[in-house]
Design a protein around this ligand. Sequence first.
Ligand SMILES: [Zn+2]
Length: 86
Amino acid sequence: MHQGSFQEEKSMNRQEKLGILANEEGFDSVDAMIESASTDGVVPGICVNDGCDFTTEVEDDTRDGHCEYCETKTVQSCLILAEVTE
Ligand SMILES: [Zn+2]
């Protein structure tokens, strides 16, 4: 475990968001979440804005879901974040 430095790397952000989301949803790992999500039409999603960890259930191909905190279309499904779904 290490505290996040103030980096603005988007690719690193994706992995962090997946980790946060898996933790929020009670999965042991990102892989377990992806495996579970890939058999379901409704999957966990998370806002990808820096500093916002809003999570909600979204459709598996959601990449512009509404974030209730940011009021922007920045919620992506875990499958999109993991690039499982095209
Ligand atoms: Zn947000």
